[in-house]
Design a protein around this ligand. Structure first.
Ligand code: HEM
Length: 396
């Protein structure tokens, strides 16, 4: 379970978030007060995320406690993430081929070209410049747009939809519903367009794979496309903004090596993703279909389980505290920041590649880059379950 220092007015930077030590599964509460089980040790979290007896679809059964106050995209039962078993596999298969490490390796040159183009633009800007507006936002937006065959004119709407799709409950329900309706219409239109005139993009391959597979409900395909548009850029943008705040604000000693050694940059990205959460929300939620023993404790049938990946990523049995914050040390075991099991993040390789190229090349081109204000004065982009700096003023 996570906490932040209650004496602080502004939220703590995410890299400073405090995590209690993991322990055996124990009863806990959902944010709304409903009972749940907290699972926090590395092996226990892996088990919960991988064992088919712990599913997601039952979280949205009519009698289940509401996980969110507003009907956002993350809690849409049609979302691939919220499905289990053969239905989930069928949908995942349609997308999986596009997201293999081999496919991402083929995209690497044009991702690097986008990074360089953004760095050229940044270099020409007056100082101080805003690293969020110039780099952390446009890079993932440009990458997902190129993959999906969208142009820059869609970015404004993409941000608007993301803010509503991942609402933290501060938006009015009607406002979220209206934004999601518009977003679905956009997704449905894209599918129709690419079915008619297929191209080299991800949506065209998705349509072809779904038609070949047969029986994939159109509503699920639309939600998948919408989920990719927002999930494909928001998470990477959030990670990049928080990583830059941490590196430039508190880990400046890593900057030279980061710029000099691309392979070391890859290890640093693995550690950053491992250590810096995307937001304040804790845990990936599952539902126990039957009594299941986890770490010597029986979790009863019907229980809601919070698998706390942040606590598990700091389990001293697996990740020795001595190297936990050594950003160039290889991870001792796979991180749980991308989940595990059947819902393991399909974009993990893509996000890793983007982050590695972005941080390595930024540090190489701007060895003197520095933040213009102390870490504690940063203003946060809030209103969604993800949190990252609103702007990062830098000079070089
Ligand atoms: C640093 C960036 C990212 C992080 C930390 C992240 C994290 C996650 C996590 C924790 C899950 C749920 C896993 C589970 O509960 O077992 C997930 C699922 C998913 N992610 Fe990511 N993600 C990132 C970037 C991306 C990108 C760039 C894409 C797509 C382009 C993407 C697409 C997906 C999809 C489609 C799923 C659902 C998989 C399924 O339900 O089968 N993610 N991600």
């Amino acid at each position: 379970m996570t906490t932040t220092d209650p004496t602080h007015q502004a939220p703590e930077p995410l890299h400073r978030m405090f995590f209690e030590a993991p322990g055996p599964p124990r009863p806990a509460e959902l944010p709304g007060g409903d009972p749940a089980w907290l699972v926090s040790r590395y092996e226990d979290v892996r088990q919960v995320l991988s064992d088919p007896r712990f599913g997601r679809s039952q979280l949205y059964a009519p009698d289940a406690p509401a996980l969110s106050g507003v009907p956002d995209l993350v809690n849409d039962p049609d979302l691939m993430f919220n499905q289990d078993g053969p239905g989930h596999l069928r949908l995942r298969r349609t997308l999986r081929r596009a997201f293999t490490p081999r496919a991402v390796a083929r995209w690497r040159p044009w991702i690097a070209a986008i990074v360089e183009e953004l760095l050229d633009r940044l270099e020409a800007r007056p100082q101080p410049a805003d690293l969020v507006a110039e780099f952390a936002l446009p890079l993932p937006a440009a990458v997902i747009s190129r993959l999906m065959g969208l142009d820059e004119s869609a970015w404004g709407r993409m941000r608007y939809w993301s803010e509503h799709a991942f609402s933290d409950g501060t938006h009015e329900g009607e406002q979220v519903a209206a934004a999601l309706k518009e977003f679905s219409a956009f997704g449905a239109h894209l599918l129709t367009e690419r079915r008619g005139t297929p191209g080299e993009d991800l949506i065209s391959s998705l349509v072809a794979a779904a038609d070949e597979e047969g029986g994939v409900p159109e509503g699920q395909l639309v939600t998948l496309v919408c989920g990719l548009v927002v999930g494909g850029h928001d998470s990477t943008m959030t990670m990049l903004g928080n990583a830059l705040l941490y590196l430039l604000g508190e880990r400046r000693e890593t900057w030279h090596r980061l710029g000099a050694d691309e392979e070391a940059a890859g290890r640093l990205v693995d550690r950053l993703v491992h250590l810096v959460p995307l937001g304040d929300d804790r845990g990936s939620t599952r539902h126990a279909a039957e009594d299941v023993e986890v770490g010597g404790v029986t979790i009863p049938a019907g229980a809601i389980v919070l698998a706390d990946c942040g606590m598990a990523n700091r389990d001293p049995e697996v990740f020795p505290p001595a190297t936990l914050h050594d950003l160039f040390a290889p991870l001792e075991a796979p991180t749980l920041s991308f989940g595990a099991g059947p819902h393991y993040c399909l974009g993990a390789w893509l996000a890793g590649t983007e982050l590695q190229l972005a941080l390595h090349r930024l540090a190489a081109r701007f060895p003197e880059l520095r933040l213009d204000a102390p870490v504690d004065t940063v203003e946060w982009r809030t209103g969604t379950t993800f949190r990252s700096p609103q702007r990062l003023g830098v000079s070089w």
